[in-house]
Design a protein. Sequence first.
Length: 243
Amino acid sequence: MNKSMGRIAGACGLALALSGCAHDANRSPKELLSLSVSGLSGVDRYAFSGDTAIGAASGTASRPAAFRGTVQHHDQVSVQTEGGADEMPAGVHPLRLLNDVERMAARAEVVPEASNGQRTVLRITADPAKAAKVWSNRLRSEFALLENKVPANSPAASARDDGTRSQAKPSAFREAWDRELDRSRKEFEAMLSTMSVRSTSTLAIDRKKLLPLSLEERTEFRYEANGKPARESRTTRIAFKRP
């Protein structure tokens, strides 16, 4: 009898290990998402790496911008992009990205074929209205960065390095630069006012620790540019690792 019970217990233990139900059977996918986000926020130090790419309606895509870095003291980010620039692609702060995914989520479901005894994989579909709001804020942040950049070979930039250069040219260039920025800003805001967003994310979670292992966010934008319909996409992939 004891031998039989031992076999049953062993079989049950194996089933639990394979299904992961010891950790997440009683939790909904949205609860798992929330727990993984809060879990990462409580980790003092971790590493990450990934890439982000932009695609056009024609099907062509930009060369992915790769990045890697570490987070210390919960929110102090140190990152390097491919080529050595010490600047993270806009919108790819690891925890903020996960917070946005949770904030936008309309539906979350387990992907059985991608899950196993070590990880649970979630497919998260964003609410279109919330996604449009989040992405409008992200894109405005990116535009703000562009507003503060003057081309390195411009007269305005050159004047900073040459105190004897006439100020007339930099002033004229600055006026032209500001006019172009104002025109671009108006076009940009008009684009945002017509923008619709569809976004889905795939999140892999460590079943034992309930911490994120990897995230892939795929987003499609539809909008009007100069009165014509346009479409773009953006894909961001990020992997988390405890150093």
